[in-house]
Design a binder for this molecule. Structure first.
Ligand SMILES: Nc1nc2c(ncn2[C@@H]2O[C@H](COP(=O)(O)OP(=O)(O)OP(=O)(O)O)[C@@H](O)[C@H]2O)c(=O)[nH]1
Ligand SMILES: [Mg+2]
Length: 236
């Protein structure tokens, strides 16, 4: 299987040099970094890493308004035009363990979308303060209750798509900027009747750099389930 791993970055200069070799140590894997003009120089660092790794790492330098959703949409548009079987997505902050990529890839043999799930076997998060655990589990409960999406972890960013399936998603309809992007993509995948499954992952809180989770991102994620359920047609 040929795998392209898409990684959005904003101020991840301490994390990216650790992540890249950990992903690319496997043959058949390539990476696409989508940097949003990080003030800390992550983009330039990514270019240096790309020179080191030859054609296996490419960097997309975004201009214009920054945003996680926008970055993913742009990167996925590039990814679906690539000659790969699978497109994975993961955070750059080492919260997602590259060692768990093969498990996602394996499950994608007979699924269109594989979700790395923190909530499949209890709650698998390391170093999260209690308030983050409460926030995330409550958010997931709330999102599932409104959207009736049949999965445990609707907001995670560690996923694997079959490229052909990803190419069928209406990327131009995606409006989320923050991490409610993950909810929207999952909703569209579910509407299209994709074969979706979850595999357990362990999520480790970032050690370096800062979280970009802010009030706007949270409000967007609270609003999005209602918008999806009532504003954009019901799930089949
Ligand atoms: N290109 C781009 N990447 C972003 C943006 N915001 C966040 N990211 C990246 O998206 C990934 C997830 O962001 P985080 O800040 O870790 O958000 P989070 O995982 O929800 O929050 P924490 O759990 O606190 O780390 C990381 O790789 C970030 O660098 C953005 O506006 N543009
Ligand atoms: Mg993170």
């Amino acid at each position: 299987m040929n795998v392209l791993v898409v990684v959005p970055t904003y101020n991840e200069r301490d994390n990216l040099p650790v992540l890249v070799p950990a992903v690319l140590e496997r043959s058949g894997y390539r990476m696409l970094v989508a940097d949003d003009g990080s003030p800390d120089g992550t983009g330039a660092l990514a270019d240096e890493l790309a020179a080191e790794w030859g054609g296996r790492l490419r960097v997309l330098h975004r201009t214009g308004r920054r945003g996680l959703g926008r970055s993913y949409v742009e990167a996925f548009r590039t990814a679906i035009a690539e000659p790969v079987d699978l497109v994975c997505q993961m955070d750059a902050d080492l919260s997602h363990d590259p060692g768990q990529l093969p498990a996602l890839v394996e499950a994608a043999r007979d699924h269109d979308l594989v979700l790395g799930s923190r909530y499949l076997t209890g709650i698998s998060v390391v170093n999260w303060p209690l308030r983050r655990i409460v926030l995330s589990t409550t958010a997931n409960f709330y999102i599932r209750a409104i959207t009736r999406l049949p999965v445990q972890d609707c907001t995670g960013g560690f996923r694997c798509w079959r490229r052909e399936a990803l190419a069928r998603l209406p990327l131009d309809r995606i409006v989320s900027d923050g991490y409610s992007f993950q909810i929207e993509m999952l909703w569209e995948a579910s509407r299209l009747g994709f074969r979706i499954t979850e595999v357990p992952i362990v999520f480790v809180e970032r050690r370096e750099g800062q979280s970009k989770l802010d009030r706007h991102v949270l409000l967007e994620a609270l609003w999005m389930p209602w918008r999806l359920r009532f504003g954009r047609g019901r799930r089949r």
